[in-house]
Design a protein around this ligand. Structure first.
Ligand code: ADP
Ligand code: MG
Length: 250
């Protein structure tokens, strides 16, 4: 098992207000799987992705990535784990504008202690892999949206991560380049990469081998809808109780 979320909760604190975003999320992924988490805007997709991607920690619950309990690691250990095991792809590409495609892809390899030559070779191979062998020395503003995202995918796969995480990777693309990017993920998965994608687009989600839904911070696994409904009801009752409590005080 590459990923295991056990009873994950995430609550943001906004001033005096608690904002519960993820509510008892349980989710597993095996190595080699291609899963899409689908849900409307605001349902907690990016919040969950940031936890899985070691960019943030859960408020409660356990998160195992490749056998390691992420919730127990220090910030430095988290950063190391992220570099070693995770390839991140974002909606807005997150490329550095003053660097070429090759330099952007090279960047995360800098931390792996490789020589410049070795880094360039690996980055070049990754760009070839995504069909951008002829664009290595272009800067992001000289690339189309689809090419930018493929550069970002090259950067994500360059160090052969254990899992590729993609947060709405086609959200900023027209349908044709979006489709090409989706094909690329499918190919990478066929070649053995583990891919977890989040999207609000059912058409995109349906292209993954397995799809799970998230609504209001509750994950709906196929076959466990009744369980999820019960959780939602409990959650609503708790809120009603709390609000009832406030009403009594005034
Ligand atoms: P999605 O990616 O599905 O659109 P997000 O995970 O970005 O949803 O956000 C889910 C909810 O959490 C939203 O209601 C959002 O306002 C809230 N939220 C996200 N990040 C923060 C934060 N840093 N502080 C407070 N609330 C947040
Ligand atoms: Mg989001």
């Amino acid at each position: 098992m590459i990923l295991e979320c056990r009873h994950i909760y995430k609550t943001y604190i906004q001033g005096k207000l608690e904002v519960p975003v993820l509510k008892d999320v349980n989710f597993c992924m095996d190595e080699g799987e291609y899963v899409a988490i689908m849900g409307p805007s605001g349902s907690g997709k990016s919040t969950l992705m940031n936890l899985i991607g070691c960019l943030d920690k859960p408020t409660r619950g356990e998160l195992f990535l490749d056998g390691k309990d992420v919730s127990r690691l220090s910030d430095n250990e988290l950063a190391d784990l992220r570099l070693e095991k995770i390839g991140f792809v974002f909606q807005n590409f997150q490329l550095l504008p003053y660097m070429t495609a090759l330099e952007n892809v090279e960047l995360p390899l800098t931390y792996a202690g490789l020589s410049k030559k070795e880094r360039q070779r690996i980055a070049g191979e990754a760009l070839e892999r995504v069909g951008l062998g002829d664009r290595m020395n272009f800067r992001p503003n000289q690339l189309s949206g689809g090419q930018k995202q493929r550069t970002a995918i090259a950067r994500a796969i360059a160090n052969h991560p254990k899992i590729i995480l993609a947060d709405e990777p086609t959200g900023a693309l027209d349908s044709k380049s979006g489709s090409q990017v989706m094909e690329l993920f499918q190919e990478l998965n066929r070649e053995g990469s583990t891919v977890l994608m989040i999207t609000h687009d059912a058409g995109i989600g349906a292209r993954a081998a397995r799809m799970v839904e998230i609504r209001d911070g509750i994950l709906y696994l196929p076959g466990q809808e009744a369980d999820a409904e019960r959780k939602l009801k409990e959650e609503e009752e708790k809120i009603a109780e709390r609000e009832g409590g406030f009403a009594d005080e005034t």
